[in-house]
Ligand binder design. Structure first.
Ligand SMILES: Nc1nc2c(c(=O)[nH]1)N[C@H]1C(S)=C(S)[C@@H](COP(=O)(O)OP(=O)(O)OC[C@H]3O[C@@H](n4cnc5c(=O)[nH]c(N)nc54)[C@H](O)[C@@H]3O)O[C@H]1N2
Ligand SMILES: Nc1nc2c(c(=O)[nH]1)N[C@H]1C(S)=C(S)[C@@H](COP(=O)(O)OP(=O)(O)OC[C@H]3O[C@@H](n4cnc5c(=O)[nH]c(N)nc54)[C@H](O)[C@@H]3O)O[C@H]1N2
Ligand code: SF4
Ligand SMILES: [Mo]
Length: 715
C-alpha cells in the first residue's frame, strides 16, 4: 500500500524556487492550505501550511497531484466544432483535437456561444440549462447561477452536489434547518466516541483521516459501519460490515436499543427537539433480532454499539456517499440525525453531525446558490420577497418561482429534446452521471453545447464550442471546505496560452447575452454575494487576505464558530426534528440473471472521472489501469486469477475491467471505481433516484460478473 499522507522529508531540493503563493488544494473538501513553490513559471512543488483544517499536513494528491495543470493536454485556445467533424460521440483524441475542432479567437468563440444561446432563448428560455462547478470558486459558482437565473428567467441550474450529498442536505435542512456540518471534523479532538458510516476517509479525505486516527490513539472509541472492510476498520473499536443498502434497518435497530434501554437524553430531547413521541413509537418495531436478518449484523453487536454511542459524553457522526447515494439516501441521513439528537450530540464540544463534503468547493458552490431550488444561502426560489431581494441587487426583472430541474432531470429533458442548449462549466457528466450511455446520447442531441473546462473531457467530446479555463492554482477567489471554512485562493502561475479565469469568461458571456454585468475584480463579486448572504456576515475580503474564517462569524474579529446550534436550531421554536424512517429495499434486487451487487466509488490516487489525476505523473504511475475489486473466493469461483479481465454486465450495459483480489469486499459484491473512461463504471449504474434529494443510486446495482473471454490484463 502506498503511503496516504506524505512526510515533508520525502521532498528534496527545497530551497530552489522563484516565488511562493498561498492557496488551497484543488482536490477534496478537507481544504488543506498549501504553499506553491514556483520556478520558471511552473509549480515545482507543494508544501502543506498551517490552515485550520490541515495544520501543515497534505495527502498524496495535494503533495504530488498538482502537475495536471502543466499537462500538454491543457486547453489553451477556444475551439469550435468543425463543419466537417464526424457525428457527435465519444470519439475525440485529447492529444489530437483538430479532427473535430478548429481553433478560434476568443472573439469568434464567445460570439458563437452567445449568439447560439440568445437564439435558443428567443425561441424558448427553458430550452437552455446550465451545470456549474464545485471545482471553481464561490464567486464563479455565484456568477454561474446568476447567469442562468437572470439570463434565462428560470432555475434549471445545478451541479455535482446532486450526485453527492443532495440527500444528506435535504434531510439536514428538513430536520436541523441547515445543510452544513454542525461541527468541524477537527472537533473530534473533544469527542469520546465517533461513528464513520459509508465513508472511506483514508482514501477520500486522507488528512481528515489523520485526525480520526489520532482520536483513536488517545482512546477515543471509533465505530465504523461499511459493507466494505475499509481501511479505518483497523482503528475501530467496533466494525459493522453490514449488507449494502441496509442502513435504515441497522440504524433503527441501534436506536431501538437506545429507546428500550432508555439510554436517550430526555432533557435534550424535550428542550430542543420535536416529534420524539412519534419516533419512539415508530422505533419499537425495529428490534435488533428482526433487523439483524436484513442488515446482517448480530443483535449483540447492535446492542453494544447503541450502548457505546449513547453512554458517551460527546459523540460525532461522519458520513459519506455510502449513506447518500441511494434511493433512500434521505432516510439514511434522517436516521443519523435522529441518532445524534436523541443522544444530545449536537451543539457542544466533541459532538455533531458531519457529512464529509467531497469536492474542494462543493460546500461553497451550494451556499452560493448553484442549485435549482435555492438561491444563495438556501433561500427558496419560491418566495417572492427573496427573489426580489436578489433582482434588486442584480438590476434585472423577475425569474421563475418554480424549483428548477436537477442534474439527472436536465439530462432527461435533453434526451427528450426539450432542452436544446447547455452551458457546462467544470463538470464531466458524460462520465459522472448514472447510466452514462443515456447521458452521452442526450448530449449528442443538443443543438448547442458550450463547455468550459481545462481539458477536452469526455463531455467536451460533444461540445460545439469549448472555452479554455484556468485551474484553481491559476485563479483568484474564495472557496469553502467541509468545515464551513472560507479561504482565499490565489494565482501562483498564469493560465496556459489564452486560457482565462472562469469568472471572467462567465462575465463576458453574460454581457454578450445582454445582461448588465460589470465587475472589475473578483472581490466585487464577493462584495455582491455578501449583500444577500448572511452566512458571510463579518467575513470580509480584507480579513480573508490573512485569515481562514469559519462561518458563521459573529463579529469582526471572530474567527468563526466551529460548533453551531448549541442555543437552538434555525427552525420553528428553535427545535430540531426527529423524522422516522422505514426500511426501503434498493431499487434493483439481484436475481438469476444479475446475481451479484455492484457498488461504485473512489480510490486514493484518482479524482472522479480521472480528467485531472490521470494527467498527473505520480498519481497515474501508481494507479494506471482500470480495475475492480472482488473477494478472492469469488474470483476462484469464477476461474479468474487476480490481474485478469472480467466482464461486468447490468441492465444498462457491459464493461471489461481488470480484477483485483480484495478481502475487504463481500463475496457477492464487486467494487468499481469510476475514474476510467476505458471501463466506465457509469455505463453500468442505475439512474433511479431518491425522491427528496434526487440523488441516483450509485451504490447499488444488480450485476453479472464473468471471466472475460480471450482477453488478459495489460502488463
Ligand atoms: N481520492 C479521492 N478522494 C475524493 C474523491 C475522489 O474522487 N478521489 N472525491 C471526493 C468527493 S466529491 C466525495 S463526495 C468524497 C466521497 O467520499 P466517500 O463517501 O468516502 O466515497 P465512496 O468511496 O464513494 O464511498 C464511501 C463508502 O461507501 C460504502 N458503501 C457502499 N454501499 C453502502 C451502503 O449501502 N451503506 C453504507 N453505509 N455504505 C456503503 C463503500 O463501501 C465506501 O467505502 O470523496 C472526495 N474525495
Ligand atoms: N458511479 C459513480 N458515479 C459518481 C459517483 C460515485 O460514487 N459513483 N459520485 C458522484 C459524486 S459524489 C460527484 S461529486 C460527481 C463528480 O462529478 P464531476 O464533477 O463531473 O467530476 P470531476 O471529474 O470532478 O469533474 C470536474 C471537471 O472540472 C474540470 N476542472 C477542474 N478544475 C477546473 C477549473 O478550475 N475550471 C474549470 N472550468 N474546470 C475545471 C475537470 O477537468 C473536470 O472535467 O461524480 C458523481 N458520480
Ligand atoms: S486531504 Fe484533500 S485537500 Fe488535503 S491534500 Fe489531500 S486531496 Fe488535498
Ligand atoms: Mo461528491
Amino acid at each position: 500500500m502506498p503511503a496516504t499522507v506524505v512526510d515533508d522529508a520525502q521532498v528534496g531540493d527545497r530551497a530552489d524556487f522563484d516565488s511562493e503563493t498561498e492557496s488551497v488544494c484543488p482536490f477534496c473538501g478537507v481544504g488543506c492550505k498549501v504553499s506553491l513553490k514556483v520556478k520558471d513559471g511552473k509549480v515545482k512543488y507543494v508544501e502543506g501550511i498551517n490552515g485550520p483544517a490541515n495544520e501543515g499536513r497534505l495527502c498524496v494528491k495535494g503533495r504530488f497531484g498538482f502537475d495536471y495543470i502543466h499537462h500538454p493536454h491543457r486547453l489553451t485556445k477556444p475551439l469550435i466544432r468543425r463543419d466537417d467533424a464526424p457525428a457527435k460521440g465519444l470519439n475525440v483524441d485529447p492529444g489530437n483535437l483538430m479532427t473535430h475542432f478548429r481553433e478560434a479567437s476568443w472573439e469568434e468563440a464567445m460570439d458563437f456561444a452567445a449568439k447560439g444561446l440568445v437564439k435558443l432563448r428567443d425561441a424558448d428560455p427553458k430550452s437552455v440549462a446550465g451545470f456549474g462547478s464545485a471545482k471553481c470558486t464561490n464567486e464563479e459558482a455565484y456568477l454561474f447561477q446568476k447567469f442562468i437565473r437572470q439570463g434565462f428567467k428560470h432555475n434549471n441550474v445545478d451541479h455535482c452536489t446532486r450526485l453527492c450529498h443532495a440527500s444528506s442536505v435535504s434531510a439536514l435542512i428538513e430536520n436541523v434547518g441547515s445543510g452544513a456540518v454542525t461541527a468541524t471534523f477537527n472537533e473530534i479532538v473533544n469527542a469520546d466516541v465517533a461513528i464513520i458510516i459509508g465513508a472511506n476517509p483514508i482514501e477520500n479525505h486522507p488528512v481528515a483521516a489523520t485526525y480520526f486516527k489520532q482520536f483513536t490513539k488517545r482512546g477515543g472509541k471509533l465505530i465504523v459501519m461499511d459493507p466494505r472492510g475499509v481501511g479505518m476498520r483497523r482503528f475501530a473499536t467496533e466494525m459493522l460490515q453490514f449488507r449494502p443498502g441496509a442502513d435504515v434497518s441497522m440504524l433503527n435497530a441501534i436506536m431501538n436499543v437506545i429507546v428500550e434501554e432508555e439510554l436517550y437524553d430526555s432533557q435534550y430531547i424535550h428542550r430542543w427537539t420535536e416529534n420524539w413521541e412519534a419516533e419512539k413509537e415508530h422505533l419499537r418495531a425495529f428490534t435488533p433480532e428482526a433487523m439483524s436478518e436484513i442488515c446482517g449484523i448480530e443483535p449483540e453487536q447492535l446492542r453494544r454499539v447503541a450502548r457505546i454511542f449513547a453512554s458517551a459524553k460527546a459523540g460525532m457522526i461522519f458520513w459519506g456517499m455510502g449513506v447518500s447515494q441511494h434511493i433512500h439516501g434521505t432516510d439514511n441521513s434522517r436516521c443519523l440525525i435522529s441518532l445524534a439528537l436523541m443522544t444530545g450530540n449536537v451543539g457542544k464540544p466533541g459532538a455533531g453531525l458531519h457529512p464529509l463534503r467531497g469536492q474542494n468547493n462543493v460546500q461553497g458552490a451550494s451556499d452560493a446558490g448553484l442549485i435549482p431550488m435555492f438561491l444563495p444561502d438556501y433561500q427558496s426560489v419560491m418566495e417572492d420577497d427573496i427573489r426580489k431581494s436578489f433582482t434588486d441587487v442584480w438590476g434585472g426583472g423577475d425569474f421563475s418561482n418554480e424549483k428548477g430541474l436537477t442534474v439527472t432531470e436536465i439530462v432527461d429533458q435533453v434526451y427528450a429534446g426539450n432542452i436544446k442548449g447547455m452551458y457546462i462549466q467544470g463538470e464531466n457528466p458524460a462520465m459522472s452521471d448514472p447510466d452514462a450511455e443515456h447521458a452521452r446520447e442526450a448530449f449528442a442531441k443538443l443543438d448547442l453545447m458550450v463547455v468550459q473546462d481545462i481539458f477536452l473531457t469526455e463531455t467536451a467530446n460533444f461540445a460545439d464550442v469549448i472555452l479554455p479555463a484556468s485551474a484553481l492554482y491559476e485563479k483568484n477567489g474564495t472557496v469553502s471546505n467541509t468545515n464551513r471554512q472560507v479561504q482565499r485562493v490565489r494565482p501562483a502561475v498564469a493560465p496556459p496560452g489564452e486560457a482565462r479565469e472562469d469568472w471572467k469568461i462567465t462575465v463576458e458571456l453574460a454581457q454578450r447575452i445582454g445582461l448588465p454585468w460589470a465587475y472589475g475584480d473578483v472581490s466585487e463579486v464577493f462584495a455582491e454575494m455578501k449583500l444577500n448572504m448572511k452566512s458571510l456576515d463579518n467575513i470580509t475580503w480584507e480579513r480573508l487576505e490573512t485569515e481562514t474564517i469559519t462561518y458563521p462569524s459573529l463579529h469582526e474579529t471572530d474567527p468563526g464558530q466551529a460548533i453551531v446550534f448549541g442555543d437552538g436550531f434555525p427552525r420553528p421554536e428553535g427545535r430540531a426534528k426527529v423524522t422516522p424512517a422505514s426500511v426501503i429495499p434498493p431499487d434493483e434486487a439481484p436475481d438469476a440473471e444479475y446475481p451479484m451487487i455492484m457498488t461504485t466509488g473512489r480510490q486514493l490516487e484518482h479524482w472522479h472521472t480521472g480528467s485531472m489525476t490521470r494527467r498527473s505523473l505520480v498519481l497515474d504511475a501508481v494507479e494506471p489501469e482500470a480495475n475492480c475489486s472482488l473477494h478472492p473466493r469469488t474470483l476462484r469461483a469464477l476461474g479468474v486469477e487476480p490481474g485478469e479481465m472480467v466482464r461486468l454486465t447490468t441492465r444498462r450495459g457491459s464493461i471489461e475491467i481488470m480484477a483485483r483480489a480484495d478481502r475487504a469486499v463481500a463475496e457477492d459484491m464487486v467494487f468499481v471505481p469510476f475514474a476510467y473512461v476505458e471501463a466506465a463504471a457509469n455505463i453500468l449504474t442505475n439512474p433511479a433516484i431518491d425522491p427528496y434529494g434526487k440523488i441516483p443510486e450509485f451504490k447499488f446495482s444488480a450485476v453479472r460478473v464473468e471471466k472475460a473471454q480471450g482477453r488478459i490484463a495489460a502488463e
